[in-house]
Write a protein that binds this ligand. Sequence first.
Ligand code: PLP
Length: 238
Amino acid sequence: MLDLADAIVRVRERIASAALRAGRDPAKVRLIAVTKTLPVEVMVKAHQLGLCDLGENRVEEALDKIPNFKSQISNSAPGSMPGFHMIGHLQSRKVRDAVALFDMVHSVDSLKLAQKLSQACTEAGRVMPVLLECNVSGEASKYGFQALAERDFFAQVEAMAALPGIHVEGLMTMAPIVSDPQQTRPVFAALRQLGERLGRLGTASMRQLSMGMTDDFEIAIEEGATMVRIGRALFAAP
Ligand SMILES: *Cc1c(COP(=O)(O)O)cnc(C)c1O
């Protein structure tokens, strides 16, 4: 518990320093604590220590953990539910479960998935904030729109922005794994520029940039991240 409390303080300090280096307001960077693979007890501790946005990357795992978490929290601290963020690849057949579990989806990676989400959210009578996952590094192993290569990406964004039941709020990316985190900078800068271009066209609100993980979040913040998704820096044994 103490270790986690310390880790949270350290991560928040690093977030604040990176924001200040870039002349940004640290309060404009939201910390998404990634609790994938961790037991529910750790999620509860994280929540007790003030982490109010939790990220999971698999619906299957979240189906098990989130309801369990909620039943524990509603007894001890009703009315203080964290936001749950789906950050991993979402399969079409899991969309309905995802809509029931999550408050935001960071990983919309195709028009078809957006349409499925739109339909499920409309049926559930809710509006889901979503981010469009973009593969800006061109790595073949990654999910996401080939946003810089697909000529019709802007038209697809326009189509997604018009769908009922979802609200496109910005972009998400994962940087490649590199030995020197500085090498991720062009990827984050490219995502920011893409968001700026889309924002200028006015087709979708592009307020959010979800980018940066344990190894590269400070660089992502310097390049404009409004959400960082952090697992190991918070939860891994030092
Ligand atoms: C696991 C994961 C993270 C967090 O990674 P760390 O390196 O542990 O900080 C962020 N985003 C996604 C999509 C992930 O799957």
